[in-house]
Write a protein that binds this ligand. Structure first.
Ligand SMILES: O=C(O)C1=C[C@@H](OP(=O)(O)O)[C@@H](O)[C@H](O)C1
Ligand SMILES: C=C(OP(=O)(O)O)C(=O)O
Length: 415
């Protein structure tokens, strides 16, 4: 699928989809609960749809009780020996240790870009915690539990997602666990994991996410939960407001723990007009200036920060390039290879991306099958000097299936 976005002004309101980070964790917790959990504001994207199928395969029974409400009866009792986590890094690394709670052989497989993303960080810790593992470091992986608890090192520098999987599965292990994490990254995502687990009355202790004590033999208590709006998705629309008019994102928790709430900091540094209430945010265009921003702990913001930087007067430095290698694309390379086709002045040196502000041209870019590369390019088009065509534009369904409609709804006049 191809999409062309013309230079345009924007104005209006959007309601971003639910956070897929919270939704996938909540689905996992519902599976692990004894009883019925009600999740509301679940709007499915590819990643959450896969997670929903995975929990069904692992024994949950799911009933849709409203347009965005699901009642899930938990109970880990697989009805299949293979689960498919699609292209979701989180679902892969979250549900592997959960599948490993079972005393039967389970294979976890995926599709597309996920087949090239590393999962080797799971092998040694799972073995140290009593699981038999067969894997060459990429999907598919076969595990046979039960995961017993114990003590192990965990690598969470490349990705925090497997640590999230351990934090959610180990409370159900027979014994207690101590985890040593050398250089954890994506820390706000770990905070979301601890927060979500606490809503199901799961306890754990940690010391700045470097050492965890997780008591075994706990129970997930079913909960009633509203899944909050997604700041990673909202970020695209808010930058659209900052560079091309005015946008309000509705039903957003402006006190959220989500990593990408930090888009507000970046927009503030750039000089955009920002008005927040506890549950919505408006961003309006103003003269923007280059800014310095450390995105190491919030790697999903990179593509849209690069677009914001290109629309600022002066130079923008974004730190954290090393975190981008193993996403749906190598996002640092994709930003450079694709956005320079629109005349973006962007360079990488060590861990820093430097973007020099200046008007972008029209052109054609490929999404590299990466939803965030596609969505940020569409926003760049609004303030470009000609239309931008995005090939493989269907990639947005991974996180934000109605992105094109929402963007269309705020486009007012062709500039
Ligand atoms: O835990 C999560 O929900 C996520 C963690 C981050 O990944 P890493 O921990 O691999 O950086 C983020 O990029 C991803 O989109 C979602
Ligand atoms: C990297 C992402 O997701 P995941 O790692 O879960 O595939 C993302 O949504 O940008």
């Amino acid at each position: 699928m191809e999409k062309t976005i013309h230079p345009s002004q924007v104005s209006g309101e959007v309601r971003p989809p639910c956070s897929k980070s919270y939704a996938q964790r909540a689905l996992a917790a519902a599976l692990l609960s004894d009883g019925e959990t009600t999740l509301s504001n679940i709007e499915l994207c590819d990643d959450t749809r896969y997670a929903m199928n995975v929990i069904t395969g692992l024994g949950a029974s799911v009933r849709q009780t409203g347009p965005t409400e699901y009642v899930i009866r938990g109970g880990l009792a697989p009805i299949t020996d293979t689960i498919n986590t699609g292209e979701s890094g989180l679902a892969t690394r979250l549900f592997t240790p959960i599948a490993a709670l079972c005393d039967r052989r389970m294979t976890i497989t995926g599709t597309g870009t996920m087949l090239r993303r590393p999962i080797g960080m799971m092998i040694d810790p799972l073995r140290n915690l009593g699981v038999q593992v067969r894997s060459n470091g990429y999907l598919p992986i076969t595990v046979q539990g039960p995961l017993r608890g114990g003590e192990t090192d965990v690598e969470a520098y490349v990705s925090s997602q497997f640590l999230t999987g351990l934090l959610m599965s180990l409370p159900l292990a027979e014994g207690d666990t101590i985890l040593h994490v050398e250089q954890p990254n994506s820390l706000p995502y770990l905070a979301v994991t601890v927060d979500l687990a606490s809503k199901f009355r799961i306890r754990m202790e940690h010391n700045g996410f470097r050492e965890f004590f997780i008591p075994g033999g706990q129970h997930y208590h079913p909960a009633k939960l509203h899944i909050e709006g997604d700041w990673s998705s909202a970020a695209f629309m808010l930058v659209a407001g900052a560079i091309a008019g005015e946008v309000t994102a509705k039903r957003m928790n402006t006190l959220s723990l989500q990593a990408d709430l930090a888009i507000i900091q970046a927009l503030t540094k750039a000089g955009a007009v920002i008005i927040t209430t506890p549950d919505e945010i408006t961003v309006r265009k103003r003269e923007l200036t280059g800014f310095d921003f450390d995105a190491t702990q919030r790697p999903d913001l990179f593509p849209i920060l690069a677009v914001l930087g290109a629309n600022c007067e002066g130079t923008t430095h974004i730190r954290g390039v090393n975190r981008l290698v193993y996403k749906e694309s190598n996002r640092a390379e994709a930003i450079v290879s694709e956005y320079t086709k629109l005349g973006m002045d962007v360079a990488l040196e060590d861990d820093v991306m430097t973007v020099r502000g200046g008007s972008l041209s029209g052109g054609t870019i490929d999404s590299c099958n990466d939803h965030r590369i596609a969505m940020a390019a569409a926003i760049a088009a609004l303030a470009a000097s000609g239309p931008v065509t995005i090939t493989n534009a269907q990639a947005v369904t991974k996180s934000y299936p109605r992105f094109w409609d929402d963007l269309d709804s705020i486009i007012r006049t062709k500039a």
